[in-house]
Design a protein around this ligand. Structure first.
Ligand code: NAP
Length: 252
């Protein structure tokens, strides 16, 4: 371990399991202070206890609620002084259904949790990053933000918008020393995606069109997040980097 994030403080949303947990662990291993959020304090406490080093601060926060986000940032700042790295990872998918069945309640909820949360967090932490002349923001999008997911319109739409939000912030904040990138994972073995991998036949179908022949693991996204968060990624901004085992090549 080269401790390339030593002295930095990161917020990782949705870090109670899956990709967010793996990113939080990797950041802590690289020497960062890490503030992890999810909706339940007990789950976060358990994750923090599993990460050695004692630099992980678990703060319960529903990312769809403005007051919770304010509290998250205030708690992070009170403990560590500033926020240098932000990973907008928390997301949900409550509307896996035909477009004509989607109602406005689901539309608003998906936008609030998957998209507005990232906007609120970036608006809150980016000014400090700009003042100090250093910051890295990573938005976890999806290959579903690049291609429409069948019966997944709202999910795809929020991820596509998150990619455009990433590029727009990158353009304006770059001259102030703040880089903003998106990661677009393909299928990764987590709770969110279990519909696609739990069933053997569905998984086999996925693998048929994927050059890298294993099911992606959260750690395979965390490595990329470390690169983007650190100065090793100092020339990368405004990108939507795909990590999907080559899955999206299949349709070319
Ligand atoms: N897995 C995949 O195949 C895949 C592919 C492409 C992109 N992604 C993206 O990767 C990111 C992480 O997903 P994952 O696969 O790791 O999913 P996951 O295992 O289901 O984890 C989701 C995390 O988000 C948190 N969360 C959900 N709703 C929240 C809310 N309203 N407020 C705060 N936290 C909330 C969950 O915590 P609590 O439930 O404890 O609140 C959990 O920690 C998401 O942005 C997802 O869209 C995943």
């Amino acid at each position: 371990m080269s401790m390339i994030l030593k002295g930095k403080t990161a917020i990782v949303t949705g870090a109670s399991r899956g990709i967010g947990e793996a990113i939080a662990r990797s950041f802590a291993e690289e020497g960062a202070n890490v503030v992890i959020c999810g909706r339940k304090q007990e789950t976060l406490d358990a994750v923090a206890a599993k990460i050695p080093g004692g630099s992980v601060l678990p703060v319960a926060c529903h990312v769809g609620r403005a007051a919770d986000i304010q509290n998250l940032i205030a708690t992070a700042t009170a403990k560590f002084g500033q926020v240098d790295i932000l990973v907008n990872n928390a997301a949900t998918n409550i509307a896996q259904e035909p477009v004509l069945q989607i109602d406005e309640i689901k539309f608003d909820k998906m936008v609030e949790v998957n998209l507005k949360s990232a906007f609120r967090l970036m608006q809150a932490v980016a000014p400090g990053m700009c003042e100090r002349g250093w910051g890295s923001i990573i938005n976890i999008a999806s290959i579903s933000g690049l291609r429409p997911q069948y019966h997944g319109m709202l999910y795809s739409m929020t991820k596509a918008a998150l990619i455009m939000m990433t590029q727009s912030y990158a353009l304006e904040l770059g001259p102030k020393g703040v880089r903003v990138n998106a990661i677009c994972p393909g299928l990764i073995q987590t709770q969110l995606s279990e519909y696609y991998w739990k069933d053997e036949e569905k998984l086999a179908n996925q693998m048929r069109t994927q050059p890298v022949q294993h099911l992606g693991q959260p750690e395979e996204i965390a490595g990329l997040a470390v690169l983007l968060a650190s100065d090793r990624g100092s020339y990368i901004t405004g990108q939507a980097i795909v990590a999907d085992g080559g899955r999206t090549l299949a349709s070319l």
